[in-house]
Design a protein around this ligand. Structure first.
Ligand code: S3P
Length: 177
């Protein structure tokens, strides 16, 4: 770990359907940290769902909201931050998160992602004639960003609880005195 970093939070990044929110809640409980989900916070503040924001204002406006939130979060402590799947791929967001958080990526294969999100309809980026191809294409573009995380955990082969245990362990290792 870089010695110039002061890790006081934990950020979960990764593609849609990798379990960031569920794992984040378990991890926050274990660490006695607060839990924040960027999508949820944007939804609450805008008074509109993410799908409505995409439909009405467009993706660029949503990315700006994410950016503003990431800036705001840099003053937080003892917080588990679960991020939207596209957040770390936009300029500067990952660096900013990294300045105060251990960044953990939850990784999944496109096949597993499809298994998990195929029956859900609230994600605007998957409102596509060929959502399975969209997942593969987006994942390929995002992979270099996700792989910049401090820790990468394969969620295909672990239950949510097992993933959470790994995340807690990694956080304790990274922050031990
Ligand atoms: C997005 C992922 C979603 C949400 C929005 C865009 C993305 O979050 O931020 O629909 O670009 O991958 P989840 O990863 O929590 O599904």
């Amino acid at each position: 770990m870089h010695s110039d970093r002061h890790i006081v939070n934990l950020a979960l990044i990764g593609f849609m359907g990798t379990g960031k929110t569920s794992v984040g809640k378990i991890v926050a409980e274990h660490l006695h940290f607060e839990f924040i989900d960027t999508d949820e916070l944007i939804h609450q503040r805008a008074g509109r769902t993410i799908a409505e924001i995409f439909a009405r204002d467009g993706e660029a406006a949503f990315r700006q909201m994410e950016r503003k939130l990431v800036e705001e979060l840099s003053t937080r402590k003892k917080t588990v931050i679960s991020t939207g799947g596209g957040l770390p791929t936009h300029p500067g967001n990952l660096d900013l998160l990294r300045s105060h958080s251990l960044v953990v990526c939850l990784w999944s294969s496109p096949e597993k992602i499809w298994e998990r999100v195929g029956h859900q309809s609230h994600r605007p980026l998957l409102h596509d004639p060929d959502p399975q191809k969209k997942i593969k294409d987006l994942l390929a573009v995002r992979e270099p960003f996700y792989k910049q995380a401090d820790v990468l955990i394969n969620t295909d082969i672990r239950s949510l609880r097992e993933v959470a245990v790994q995340v807690v362990l990694q956080f304790k290792l990274a922050t031990r005195p």
